[in-house]
Design a binder for this molecule. Sequence first.
Ligand SMILES: Nc1ncnc2c1ncn2[C@@H]1O[C@H](COP(=O)(O)OP(=O)(O)O)[C@@H](O)[C@H]1O
Ligand SMILES: [Mg+2]
Length: 265
Amino acid sequence: MNVNNIIALGRTAEIISYDNQHILKLFKEDMPMNLIISEFNNTREVYNIGIQCPKPFEIIDYVGRKGIVYKRITGITMLRSIIEDPTNVIAEAKSLADIHLDIHQRLVENLPNQKELLAEQIKHAPLITNQEKDKVLKKLSELSDDCKLCHGDFHPDNIIYSEARHWVIDWMTGMKGTPAGDVARTYLILKLGRISDEIPKEVYEFISQIRNQILENYIKEYLKKSNISMNEVNNWFVPIAAARLGERIPDEEKKELIEVIRNNL
Ligand SMILES: Nc1ncnc2c1ncn2[C@@H]1O[C@H](COP(=O)(O)OP(=O)(O)O)[C@@H](O)[C@H]1O
Ligand SMILES: [Mg+2]
């Protein structure tokens, strides 16, 4: 293993080659240990119920940082696949919806509760007033409870294609809850999310152009194949946007999330 042998850069971690069969997701120094443990436990749980995700092996210390050893998946992410062949964008967006629908069919027990997690994040959210937080929390309390598997950060960079199969990665925010909330989160990420600060500018601009196409086709397909209405998804936008304010995202995106919150409170 060599810390310079980086396979991919994530927002929370560097992915380095561990050996031929494994990678190490080496978290940034300031990543809280409880979140790393959550990712490990959540991934183990979803792996055990048969979701196709890389098997997590152990949490280790390396160069003074914490990392999770995972099975290595050789392939490319859905995002990369769209960038390499944008003519496939509609088919890819439909696959994104299908994979999400499949996740939402599973009932789960041993994962954090969506509304409890969101409430905690909203209470600690920066940039909005306490009065606004109270209103957001009230809206959240009126939303439905459910026990479906939700990913919590479902987007085309968290899916890896390998030998005609897909693998869903990055389960740090996995939870049990209401699928409409998980769809609202994907919707806001596709609409407002800066996919990575570290990609070249021209790639970034190109992604922004096709982002809308992914969003439109994803949501159309998801709603068509589920019994969820756009109205139900809309109801989750405010709490989901407020909860996201505390994440490592660019200031521009935070401004847009605040607009979503203030326009809908
Ligand atoms: N098990 C794996 N095998 C191969 N590549 C991986 C694996 N896990 C992650 N990656 C690569 O690393 C990138 C970032 O991983 P991810 O877990 O999503 O980190 P982050 O939490 O920082 O988003 C992925 O988009 C993918 O390209
Ligand atoms: Mg990721």
